[in-house]
Structures are given as structure tokens and as C-alpha cells.
Design a protein around this ligand. Structure first.
Ligand code: DGY
Length: 339
């Protein structure tokens, strides 16, 4: 194939853009916000490869229209922004960047756990408001992480790193996931339990499951009612895992003690969202993987996988490997046609 045409939907940290430019004709969307829909559509139509982010909607309309597109490389571990059925129908390979962000995301999960449990954000506001007048035995009392029970929902790379850190805090670890992981259970000394048991017994519940039709609103009113009134919910996965309206009432009415969210539904959280008025809710702008090193690694991995696919190889992290045979045949036809 002659020099492939690649569209990149945002400026990337590290050396990923340089690598792409060595092997492909790159068009870069330089805006700070995602490319507008018409721009994304028009560029996808003229591209062989797309390096996109979780903020780009790669839906059936786009995939049906982009007849030359061979690969979508999503710079994220989640890929709920891509219509996988339409990708399969159009024989477009989809890749992602798992693995490289697990530790960093787990670190940030603990930042949120501690922020909510020890009221770090409230404390900062308290100081800035000039309310710090003395050391007080009852000022800003929070809850201990050490020795508490943590319930981890989803036991992939990130869930496992969270468990590893929880062990360092001497926590009792419960988990629930689609499949049981006996080796990890032994390594982290944790117990597989049903979702209701996890919700009933955990002091901290943290979400690390992918967003799928099955996990949409996994935590709703009924699940919040099962949790302890002292419990803290953390979500660094995807906003729609939680029914946000139900969460608002649960926090307001004391059904649970606090929440810390790195992801919301929608994103960004609207300025008038009632969650923003609650002191017991910490919200971050989807930055759990946002360390310099990790974001550079994610960008590099996304670029490498994209180039690998454009050479005709199915990359390790291809999400839809089941289309590999059909996809290779499509690439070969393109190579034979010299286009
Ligand atoms: C992912 O990779 O899916 C994360 O949400 C990005 O931080």
C-alpha cells in the first residue's frame, strides 16, 4: 500500500505523532476540544487509519461512510465509543491500549478513595475560606481506609492493581467480576462474592468494569440501598455504570456517606448538575490515567498498533480479532490494487 493516510483526532503527548509521521501521511486535529462531527466524518472518509480518543463517537454512520478505513486505534482501554457491530460489518479492525494505564489508574483510584474518606477537598475549601481557627478534636473527621473492607467490581488489569494497593492498606478485599480469577484471589488474598454481598459488606465500593449494555446503571437505587450508610462509592471506569440521579438522592439523603467520581454521565458534568452542590461528592475530570508517562505510553501504543494494522498485521490488542481472516483478505485486496 502506498503511504497510508491517517487522521489523529487530538494532539498527543510523547513521541507518537513523530512515529506516525515517519510511516504515514498524518492529518492532525489541532483543536483543544474534539473535532466537530462533520470534520470527523469528512476526515474518516478520506483515511485508511484513525487514531481517536474516547471522546470521539465512532458510530455506524461514520463506519458505513468511511469506505477506505481499515483500522480504528482508540487511545483508551475502554472502547464503548466505538460501534463494534458496525466495525465488524465494515471489516474495520479496532484496537485499544490496555495494560499501560492500570497502575496509574489504580493510583488515582486511591487518590479518590482517600480524598472522599479523609475529606481532602472539603478540607482545602475550609482552609481557603479562612475557617481554620484551631486544631479541633472533631474537625473534619473522616473514615479510615486501613483495616476497612473494599469491594472491587471488575477484576481486569486495573481492578487487580487496586487490589494490590488495598493489600498495602491492610484492607479486607471482596471482588465481583464476570469471571472468577482464582490466581489473583490467592495473590491478593481476596474473596469472590456476589454483587449484593459485596455491596452489603463493603466500606468502599470501587468500579472497574467496562461499559456494556449489561453494566449500564449497574449501580442504581436498589444497589445503593444495599450499601452501608457509611459506605463510599468510587468510579474511575465509565459514568453510565452509575445511575447518577439515584446517586444524587443517595448522597443527599444519607443512603451512603460519600462518592468520588472521575467519570460522569454525561461528560463533562453540566455546571448545574445537582451532584456539584453536594459537599460529600468529589468529582474529577476523567484524569485517572493522566500522568505524563502513562498518557505518553498510551499514545505510543495506539500509534504502534495503528501502524502495525496498516502493515496488514493484526495487533495484539485488537478488540475484534474474530474478523481477522476477513480483514486480512480485505487488506490483501487493497495491497494488490496498489491503493
Ligand atoms: C480508558 O483508557 O478507557 C480510560 O478511561 C482513559 O483514561
Amino acid at each position: 500500500m502506498p503511504r497510508p493516510r491517517v487522521y489523529v483526532t487530538r494532539h498527543l503527548p510523547g513521541g507518537a505523532l513523530d512515529l506516525l509521521a515517519q510511516h504515514a501521511g498524518v492529518t492532525l486535529w489541532e483543536g483543544e476540544l474534539p473535532p466537530p462531527r462533520e470534520e470527523l466524518m469528512a476526515r474518516a472518509v478520506g483515511s485508511d487509519g484513525l487514531l481517536c480518543l474516547l471522546t470521539d463517537r465512532i458510530d455506524a454512520e461514520l463506519l458505513d461512510a468511511a469506505r477506505d478505513l481499515l483500522v480504528v486505534s482508540n487511545m483508551a482501554t475502554g472502547f464503548d465509543n466505538v460501534d463494534m457491530a458496525a466495525a465488524g460489518r465494515n471489516t474495520v479492525l479496532v484496537t485499544r491500549t490496555p495494560g499501560v494505564l492500570s497502575e496509574t489508574t489504580a493510583d488515582f483510584t486511591f487518590a479518590l478513595l482517600l480524598a472522599a474518606a479523609r475529606r481532602v477537598v472539603e478540607a482545602d475549601r475550609y482552609v481557603r475560606a479562612g475557617r481554620w481557627r484551631t486544631w479541633g478534636p472533631e474537625v473534619l473527621l473522616g473514615r479510615d481506609l486501613w483495616g476497612a473492607t473494599i469491594g472491587i467490581i471488575g477484576m481486569g488489569g486495573i481492578g487487580s492493581e487496586v487490589a494490590k494497593r488495598a493489600r498495602g492498606f491492610d484492607m479486607r478485599i471482596l471482588y465481583n467480576s464476570r469471571t472468577r480469577k482464582p490466581a489473583l484471589e490467592r495473590r491478593h488474598r481476596m474473596e469472590f462474592v456476589s454483587l449484593p454481598q459485596l455491596l452489603r459488606e463493603s466500606d468502599f465500593v470501587t468500579l472497574h468494569a467496562p461499559l456494556t449494555p449489561q453494566t449500564h446503571h449497574l449501580i442504581g437505587r436498589a444497589q445503593l440501598q444495599m450499601m452501608k450508610p457509611t459506605a463510599i462509592l468510587v468510579n474511575t471506569a465509565r459514568g453510565p455504570l452509575v445511575d447518577q440521579e439515584a446517586l444524587h438522592y443517595a448522597l443527599r439523603d444519607g443512603l451512603i456517606a460519600a462518592a468520588a467520581l472521575d467519570v460522569t454521565d454525561p461528560e463533562p458534568v453540566p455546571a448545574d448538575d445537582p451532584l456539584l452542590s453536594l459537599p460529600n461528592c468529589v468529582i474529577a475530570p476523567h484524569i485517572a490515567s493522566a500522568s505524563v508517562a502513562t498518557r505518553s505510553r498510551m499514545a505510543m501504543l495506539a500509534a504502534e498498533r495503528l501502524l502495525q494494522a496498516l502493515r496488514g498485521d493484526v495487533p495484539k490488542h485488537a478488540v475484534n480479532r474474530e474478523i481477522a481472516r476477513r480483514w486480512r483478505a480485505r487488506v490483501r485486496r487493497r495491497q494488490a490494487a496498489g491503493a
